[in-house]
Design a protein around this ligand. Structure first.
Ligand code: BEZ
Length: 247
């Protein structure tokens, strides 16, 4: 049975959190959203993850992204553990001062409904813990990206910021981002876009790599949010400076 699919409207669930009762869509408002789960409070990998998200919260806010965490522990545990996370980050603070709420899903209702459980990691009663799940939700409340890591592998939240950058760029401009892309680097022209349309849409230039097949599908253009910074007009039109290593 497929769970949530890309493009599905994300369920507008209600839940108890460290910042009070939350209804997801109202909490998100006009922002992007990230719902991320972790297996258990007072565990080492989770502490490093929630600490990292707290340190990166300014970067998420800059991108207009609201964060919300979830695990199957109680509110009381979340509040006690929040102090440890802040101490791990070398901050002295009171309970519930993490810059995002944590959902208390002690009955596992949301974890089951959203397909967040890791069958390989069980608690002392043999019940599965939540996996390390990430859902990125667009301003239209639809699912834009999901990641599912097992309990034993901590996530890279720098990577999650990177995918938010790609999702937000590709929501606005008709481009795609290549492997390991970072903002400012060349982006790809989608394969179904005719050459004439690409030439009009990307005045900074479209540069294609010669391939043994002779097919011109590997087409780059400078990051459209960084127009002008990327292309050296003195150079050949097949080699903009920041695309050189790609061609
Ligand atoms: C952790 O967060 O350290 C963890 C939690 C569950 C299983 C393995 C590791």
């Amino acid at each position: 049975m497929p769970g949530l699919l890309l493009g599905d409207v994300f369920p507008n669930f209600e839940a108890e959190t460290t910042c009070g009762r939350v209804k997801l869509h109202e909490y998100l408002g006009d922002s992007w959203g990230i719902l991320f789960s972790h297996p258990r409070d007072y565990t080492p990998v989770c502490t490093t993850e929630l600490g990292r998200v707290a340190r990166l919260s300014g970067e998420f806010s800059k991108r207009g992204v609201k964060l919300i965490a979830l695990s199957i522990d109680s509110l009381e545990d979340h509040c006690g553990w929040s102090k440890d996370i802040l101490a791990y980050n070398c901050e002295k603070s009171e309970c519930c001062k993490l810059p995002y709420p944590i959902i208390a899903d002690s009955k596992r209702e949301l974890a089951v409904a959203l397909g967040m459980l890791d069958p390989d990691e069980k608690d002392k009663d043999g019940l599965p813990l939540t996996a390390r799940c990430v859902f990125v939700i667009g301003t239209d409340k639809r699912l834009k990206l999901s990641l599912l890591y097992p309990a034993t592998t901590g996530r890279s939240f720098d990577e999650i910021l990177r995918v938010v950058d790609s999702l937000q760029l590709t929501a606005e401009k008709r481009v795609a981002t290549p492997a390991d892309w970072k903002p400012g680097e060349c982006v790809m022209v989608p394969p179904n876009m005719p050459e004439e349309e690409a030439a009009t849409l990307f005045p900074a230039g479209v540069f294609s790599k010669e391939l043994p097949s002779g097919k011109k599908y590997l087409r780059y253009t400078p990051d459209p949010r960084n127009q002008g910074e990327c292309v050296d007009t003195e150079r050949s039109q097949t080699e903009p400076n920041s695309c050189t290593s790609l061609l």
